[in-house]
Design a protein around this ligand. Sequence first.
Ligand SMILES: [Fe+2]
Length: 461
Amino acid sequence: MTLKDCRGMPVSYNSHSAIVGMEKAHICAMDFSGDPIGMINKVLEDHPDFVMGHCFKAAWLTQTLETRIYDKLVSTLKSAEALWSKANEREQGHINAIRAWVDGDFFGAVLHWEKVLTRYPFDLLALQLIHLTDVLLGDVVGQRDCVARVFALWDEDVPGYEFVLGFYSFGLEENADYMQAEEMGRMSLAIRSDNPYAVHAVSHVMEMQGRQAGGINFMKDREASWSKSHFANHLWWHLSLFHLDVGQVDRVFDIYDNSLRTAQQTADKYEELDAAALLWRLKLLGVDVGDRWVSLADKWEPSAADTLYAFNDVHAMMSFVSDGRSDAAKTLLSANERHIHHATDANTAMSREIGLPFCLALQDFENEEYSTCVDRLLAVRYRTHRLGGSHAQRDIIGWTLLEAALRAKRFNVALALANERCALKKTSVQNWQYVARAHKGLGDINKAKKAEARAQSLMAG
Ligand SMILES: [Fe+2]
């Protein structure tokens, strides 16, 4: 007998309670609460032949992108593969996707999940995995269109619709359709006010549109719910970006020290990533961050030779160069060089095209070889989406380039870049101060004063 899940998707395993147990774990994976892996482990203890349960666990583990999780991922995949003959077509599609992922073919994994989703448009796990993997891979259009392909079939009567709205909101935002993105995000929050992914998508809209005061209010109004979620660190990071943009450095330190920083090594690399991304931005502004790099570099150092995900490596590199850990930086660079010469997986291309050049540019910056840093980043700046992450996260590359251009005294380049940033976001104190510094460097004091006045008036509120 074939059972169905709450969205009518066929499940080969003949236990209603096992399916319900998996669905509960999946909700936690979507709203960033509880312990989805612990929950599915409990289900699998009683139901070791539950293929879809193994598929769910392995699929969710793919998203960690960490070597310390890798063994668990592989053994879960093997458990699913051992049950291949009992699996239905949908479950076999998931197994194929996870196998491709473990073999390093992230793009192939997405293709397998897309095949599942096309045949089973209410397979929320497949949709989630495609969307999140597209974010990791920097497939900007895919993040939106994977949802668009099935969205018309969904409505509020299908359980989990609010999560689909959240995915769509973020995909639309990354493709600069801010109005529709905000609408989808707010619709999601109207159904589930504590959906951190929808809060996140709307905060991205506000970040890109330069709505700092609105962004701070939006985040603070909902802080009680998102700050308890597993997505809290990244959302604190977003809140700190709004404050940073209007020059409120004290607030940024307050968030870093009391909310964002994690005291111990966590099971989540994304937390360390946000911390590094924030400290590097403060460094670019010339702010003294004290000894905050030390504990962060301690956390990154064990994964210096991982080469599992280029996006992680660049944030590790920020910590190593900033804390003067030249040995760890050397380990990371040589591991990356070996990786791009010998490996053929999806991360190889990301590392070769963007990850390694950016890591070297970070080293140039730290060594005060600013002009080399500029040349390295100018060459890749319009391809940086290949590194993965969001526009807001990758903004650190353009920001590093601009600061390096100023310090290299290449003021024409700096003015062009600063004008570009201002055109995209006129409400940023930092952007106007960059314009002012570039004009000053070129000797145009009047224009420098005007730009500085814009910055001061924005800072005053
Ligand atoms: Fe984000």
